[in-house]
Design a protein around this ligand. Structure first.
Ligand SMILES: [Zn+2]
Ligand SMILES: [Zn+2]
Length: 150
């Protein structure tokens, strides 16, 4: 099932929720701020079309890289490479290629920064576009899910 991570507009904490069309509000555990959400059957089926928080349709995807684990793995591989003649670094590269790149991709709403994991339609989500980001964040432009046209 799709996993949704909302950023609390009041204190910035992350609120983890699973899509449920009966749920109209989620509460922040930290500051008790109540955030309205609008989940649909699409969300429950793991398909992302509209943001359940801000109702926009503009998202980007990026590698969901866990920095802490990444740094630790790199240090271990670097130390081991002394005895393995660098083979451990090659192994790390392969682990990165197969594990992180394949499994961990996160879709993010340009407008409200809500994170979505385990999407069925991740292939429809485009890569991050700097210009789209600037226009959505600074001039509140709504692309309605369409790509930037020049
Ligand atoms: Zn909060
Ligand atoms: Zn949003």
């Amino acid at each position: 099932m799709m996993e949704v991570q909302i950023t609390c507009t009041s204190c910035g904490s992350s609120i983890e929720v699973l899509p449920d069309h009966r749920a109209t509000k989620v509460e922040c555990d930290v500051c008790k701020h109540v955030q309205e959400v609008n989940f649909t059957a699409d969300h429950e089926a793991g398909r992302l079309c509209e943001c359940p928080v801000c109702n926009r349709m503009d998202f980007y995807k990026q590698k969901d890289f866990n920095r802490k684990i990444g740094v630790t793995l790199f240090l271990i591989a670097a130390i081991l490479s002394i005895w393995t003649y660098g083979l451990s670094l090659v192994a790390l590269y392969l682990v990165d290629l197969f594990l992180f790149r394949k499994l961990s991709v996160v879709a993010i709403c340009y407008k409200c920064r809500t994170n979505f994991r385990k999407l069925q339609n991740m292939g429809d989500i485009r890569e991050y576009d700097h210009e789209m980001n600037d226009r959505i964040v600074y001039s509140d432009h709504d692309f309605k899910g369409k790509p930037l046209s020049h």
